[in-house]
Design a protein around this ligand. Structure first.
Ligand code: PLP
Length: 387
């Protein structure tokens, strides 16, 4: 039998069948009115997803192009930026800033911890000329959801720095509230909570950021966000868009609208709780504390059982893919993705498969305890979340 691929990694994530079908439509001209129509249609829902009245730019490129766009549009060589590093994606911001000769102050936490607001406050006081603070909303490598509302408040209290947020692995699964939280630049990608294949980047920016971009002289061409800003005013794009992905995006946003964003967010919260309760019942160690655990991904380890053995058996026995760690945690942790086209029953499947593998590997726990714990969490919410 051709084994199915059950993707429970934190991106790329499964694509809903109606989105796959939408992407198979015949090609249209990017200067035709049909393309303008799609760009017009997607704007209101993208703004709700971002929580902004600013327009959201849709750009062909992976999530990292969004990170790079934030840097080259907002900062010049020699300007100072604080990069909050809580894992591999915070490190990526450091690398991009260094590539553009930004004067980088790294504020690093132990991988598995969130950014500490008081340390950020002290760092801002030590560096009063800081032009931007970089935050990772969900640090995918450790499954920590950083408290960006609180951190943004600290930045605005202490400085005039821009707040720049990488939301790649959670926007569309958690509230972003860009405007009320004072986030100046927010970027995400298509292949995580937005249920599309890789290839699109989304960026929105505040009026403050727009002003800074006008003054910023760092050379840029394809990733010049001002070009997209102007084109989006006319429901157009400066260059050929990834049209098939736009077809898919329109369908994704239609699915969000049908389900309602509140239900989408509550479903992710429930999947997180089911996963964490199950892992605890299986005597797993969770990397992130409850208060900072992301609704989109969960990182854990099983003491005494190598992570790669577990992942290999899940793949060979069931076709279930979990991810390993990143950087120095590559071989020590496992990450379960539960975002996008993923529902509570998918978690029951993943948990039960994991239990079977742990039994096979002689890990000590009560057989079935993980599944029972997840079922209990599901039952406790009284049917509020359903498919
Ligand atoms: C996946 C991811 C990215 C970027 O990914 P690409 O591979 O460039 O699409 C950036 N930041 C975070 C937090 C991510 O999870």
């Amino acid at each position: 039998m051709n084994q199915p691929t059950i993707l429970r990694i934190p991106g790329p994530t499964p694509v809903p069948p109606s989105v796959t079908r939408a992407m198979q439509q015949p090609m249209i001209g990017h200067r035709d009115s049909e393309t303008a129509e799609i760009l017009r249609n997607v704007q209101p829902m993208l703004q709700r997803v971002f929580g902004t009245t600013q327009q959201v730019q849709t750009i062909a490129g992976s999530g990292t192009s969004g990170l790079e766009a934030a840097v080259v549009n907002c900062l010049e060589p020699g300007e100072k930026a604080i990069v909050c590093v809580t894992g591999a994606f915070g490190e990526r911001f450091v690398s991009i800033c260094k590539a553009y000769a930004i004067d980088v102050i790294v504020l690093e936490e132990r991988w598995g911890d969130p950014v500490n607001a008081e340390r950020l406050r002290e760092t801002l006081r030590e560096h009063p000329t800081t032009a931007a603070v970089f935050l990772t909303y969900c640090e995918t490598s450790t499954s920590v959801l950083n408290p960006i509302a609180e951190l943004s408040e600290v930045v605005h209290d202490e400085s005039d720095a821009l707040v720049i947020v990488d939301g790649v692995s959670c926007i569309g699964a958690v509230p972003t509230e860009m405007d009320t939280r004072g986030l100046d630049v927010v970027v995400t990608g298509s292949q995580k909570a937005l249920m599309l294949p890789g290839g699109l980047m989304f960026a929105a920016f505040s009026e403050r950021a727009r002003t800074k971009m006008k003054q910023t002289k760092t050379p840029r061409f394809y990733l010049d966000l001002q070009k997209y800003d102007l084109a989006t005013n006319e429901f157009s794009t400066p260059f050929t868009p990834a049209t098939s992905l736009l077809f898919g995006l329109q369908e994704v946003l239609h699915l969000f609208d049908e389900e309602t964003l509140d239900h989408v967010y509550a479903r992710h919260e429930l999947m997180k709780q089911m996963t964490r309760a199950a892992l605890r019942a299986m005597n797993a160690e969770l990397l992130a504390a409850d208060d900072f655990a992301s609704p989109t991904v969960t990182a854990f380890s099983i003491s005494g059982t190598p992570a790669k053995d577990i992942r290999k058996k899940l793949k060979n026995n069931f076709g279930v893919r979990f991810a390993g760690g990143q950087g120095h945690q590559k071989d020590t942790i496992i990450r379960i993705g539960h975002m996008g086209y993923c529902t509570p029953v998918d978690m029951l499947q993943a948990i039960s498969a994991l239990e079977t593998v742990l039994l096979e590997l002689n890990h000590s726990f009560t057989p079935g305890a993980g599944t029972v714990a997840a079922q209990q969490i599901f039952l406790n919410q009284g049917g509020a979340i359903h498919v």
